[in-house]
Design a protein around this ligand. Structure first.
Ligand SMILES: Nc1nc2c(ncn2[C@@H]2O[C@H](COP(=O)(O)OP(=O)(O)O)[C@@H](O)[C@H]2O)c(=O)[nH]1
Ligand SMILES: [Mg+2]
Length: 315
């Protein structure tokens, strides 16, 4: 494991501290201190539900664990823990990667107010700039003047240029200008903010399809990813709303923010199951470097850490 990977894992572990020391610590304790029997499976199910994994997902994961324990003749809690970690890893693994092949690549960031869209855009800019990409931001939340100003401040911190327009301007026009300008000036990536309005599904759908059309019009070679931002603190509650949003907006991936602020990091499991979309990034704090590429392996390992190795002779 490289230095950078180690750093990333540490950051994820720290971000998931509340989740780890809450329900998942109980899961680890339950697994390592009990016999493998029906009581154990019931306890596990309950803990997973408390951690916001969602009832259907919790039942299915525990069923899978039961099958695996039986099929592989697992005896110890530690073996069961390893098995559960692997089941969770597989459950949350994205099956593909984001499409950033376009010129420019465009990432449209959507979601209701307050979930962390603008902050996430700044963090994405920082992350991709660090990877050597030339990034340009588009202040597509034209609903409030303060939104553009907030993004401008962040753009300054990330040292990336910003295209903005006045309050009330057409978001599709701002995004058109950004993509056109990025294509002309050789920028790799445009990350666009949007307003979190969802007064009705049709309004949102119309607005986002207009934006998608203007991306293609501005540069036929552009690619488009639509990332839906969800606040982990609202956990399960966010999900039904997100389902509406996804259907209306044709989201292609999820960013789960504020994992540092909740013990319910298990909502990753529910989000994945209910929305059927890959999780691409997780937010673990308010600072510009507090966004991580989502890694199923790291996430499962952070939720269910390996037990410290016992010294020989120790009970
Ligand atoms: N603790 C924590 N706070 C976050 C995270 N992401 C965003 N926030 C905070 O959430 C609040 C709303 O963020 P903002 O980007 O303005 O949300 P927007 O309305 O969706 O654009 C701000 O106070 C952010 O600092 C995160 O990953 N962790
Ligand atoms: Mg905003």
């Amino acid at each position: 494991m490289g230095l950078f990977d180690a750093f990333r894992r540490k950051k994820l572990e720290a971000g998931l501290e509340k989740t780890r020391t809450g329900f998942f610590q109980t899961i680890v304790n339950t697994l390592t201190n009990s016999q493998i029997d029906d009581d154990l499976y019931n306890d596990l199910e309950e803990q997973l539900i408390l951690a916001d994994a969602g009832p259907a997902t919790a039942v299915r994961l525990v069923d899978e664990l039961r099958d695996k324990v039986r099929a592989e003749h697992l005896k110890t809690g530690e073996q069961a823990l390893t098995a559960l970690r692997e089941i969770i890893r597989r459950e949350i693994s994205p099956t593909d990667e984001m499409d950033l092949s376009g010129r420019p690549a465009v990432i449209l960031v959507i979601g209701v107010n307050g979930v962390g869209k603008t902050t996430t855009i700044a963090k994405l800019a920082y992350l991709y700039k660090d990877l050597g990409k030339r990034v340009l931001l588009a202040a597509g939340d034209t609903f409030r003047a303060a939104a553009s100003e907030q993004l401008e401040t962040w753009a300054g911190r990330a040292s990336v240029p910003l295209v903005k327009a006045g309050e009330g301007a057409d978001p599709a026009a701002v995004i058109f200008d950004s993509v056109q300008s990025a294509a002309a000036r050789g920028y790799d990536l445009v990350i666009a903010d949007t307003a979190g309005r969802l007064h009705n599904k049709k309004g949102l759908m119309d607005e986002l399809s207009k934006i998608a059309r203007s991306v293609k019009k501005a540069s036929p070679a552009a690619s488009l990813e639509v990332l839906l931002v969800l606040d982990a603190i609202t956990g399960q509650n966010a999900i039904s709303q997100a389902q509406e949003f996804c259907r209306a907006a044709g989201a292609t991936g999820i960013v789960l923010t504020k994992l540092d602020g909740t013990p319910k990091g298990g909502c990753v499991l529910a989000v994945h199951e209910k929305l059927g979309l890959p999780i691409r990034f997780v937010g673990v704090g308010e600072k510009i470097d507090d966004l991580l590429f989502f890694s199923a392996t790291d996430f499962a390992a952070a939720l269910l850490p390996e037990l410290p190795k016992k010294e020989e002779g120790e009970a």
